[in-house]
Design a protein around this ligand. Structure first.
Ligand SMILES: Cc1ncc(COP(=O)(O)O)c(C=O)c1O
Length: 358
């Protein structure tokens, strides 16, 4: 699968200026990738200027939500002119797992990585380089077949857009609402797939989070008992000095940051456990100061300390180490690897070859 570079994309790049103030997902890169799946195979990709797309009103994605996406990052450190991606093959594998669950076609490594590398290579000069800054990459695939019948689509589009980003949360720490009314995922469902429907179902809780002045939802399992994850991040706790996180299952997204943290903790001799914790037990452990710290982790948020758990009634339990000493230690360790400043002993960092001069 080739990627055709359109001259309009190069003109758009020449005009682009990276703003100082980035936040998360507000500034969009001026170019994007588009490829179509027709007659049972992926056609060549195009590198185009970022812009609106045309879609049939009856395209299946708009009615039945047959859609998947990924979230990943490219980095450029102060000391390197080249850029790196962090564990991109993990994203490719997860994209295919999501595709399978949603009845969509898989992509070969070359079909996914080829256009991705091309996009990043052209955007390398626009990757912000201050600590914690990066280029967020959003590959996605959606059903384009036009007909109102409920059946899997025969045609799909694959696109990648990008956004130079700073920090996801503007404050240093976050508070989470324990969601006791709705659940996010059920066994046998699609909670482990990165598909829009999981996020659509979580948005009602985001309204509650805003109303109560918290930052994120903490989801429980289908029995409304054990803690699972946040709407776009995995969840960790320090309990009796052990770095603890719920085990991945078909109701939790198998986070790449999560598995990297578990590995880094093991490398540093920090004890770890993957086990279920009931939310009521967790509240008691926090009150007893046995659970001293909690944090959220994901590609977008990196690692962000959680200072408190709140109930809809307004009850709030504060964590003893709400400023997250362990979270910050792990965050720095991870960032130094991602930004190419620390030896990459696990082969997590992939160099992106620069684009030809234009
Ligand atoms: C629901 C959910 N859980 C966890 C994560 C964290 O996954 P990762 O570390 O691979 O970004 C994400 C973000 O992708 C997510 O959307």
């Amino acid at each position: 699968m080739k990627t055709h570079i359109h001259p309009e994309a190069l003109s758009a790049l020449k005009k682009f200026k990276l703003p100082e103030d980035l936040a998360f997902g507000k500034v969009l890169a001026p170019i994007m990738i588009v490829a179509n799946y027709v007659d049972g195979k992926w056609q060549d990709a195009d590198l185009l200027p970022y812009g609106p797309i045309t879609i049939e009103p009856t395209a299946k994605v708009l009615h039945y939500g047959q859609e998947i996406f990924e979230g990943m990052k490219a980095y450029r450190s102060e000391t390197h002119s080249k850029s790196f991606m962090f564990r991109p093959l993990e994203n490719w594998k997860r994209f295919n797992k999501s595709a399978t669950r949603m009845g969509m076609p898989e992509m070969s490594e070359e079909e996914f990585m080829g256009p991705l590398n091309t996009l990043v290579s052209y955007l390398t000069p626009f990757i912000p380089r201050r600590k914690g800054e990066s280029l967020y990459l959003r590959p996605f695939m959606f059903a384009t077949e036009q007909s109102l019948g409920i059946k899997p689509s025969d045609t799909f589009s694959f696109m990648i857009v990008a956004s130079p980003v700073g920090s996801y949360f503007s404050g240093g720490t976050i508070s989470v609402l324990i969601e006791r009314e709705f659940t996010r995922a059920a066994p046998g469902g699609m909670g482990a797939a990165k598909t829009g429907g999981n996020y659509a179902g979580s948005l009602i809780s985001a309204h509650k989070v805003k109303k109560i002045g918290a930052n994120q939802t903490l989801w429980l399992d289908v029995h409304k008992e054990n803690v699972q994850e946040l709407s776009g991040m995995n969840f960790f706790m320090m309990i009796d000095g052990v770095l603890t996180t719920p085990p991945v299952s078909d109701t939790i997204l198998d986070g790449i940051t999560r598995k990297s943290i578990l590995q880094l903790a093991k490398d540093s001799g920090i004890p770890t456990a993957e086990k279920d914790i009931a939310v009521n037990e967790l509240k008691q452990l926090i009150k007893d100061q046995r659970c001293t710290e909690a944090f959220a982790c994901g590609t977008a948020a990196i690692i962000t300390p959680i200072d408190s758990l709140v109930e809809e009634t307004g009850e709030k339990v504060m964590l003893k180490d709400g400023n997250g000493p362990m979270a910050m230690k792990l965050r720095n360790h991870l960032l130094e690897i991602q930004e190419g400043k620390l030896a990459d002993t696990h082969g997590w960092v992939t160099l992106v070859e620069p684009a030809p001069e234009f």
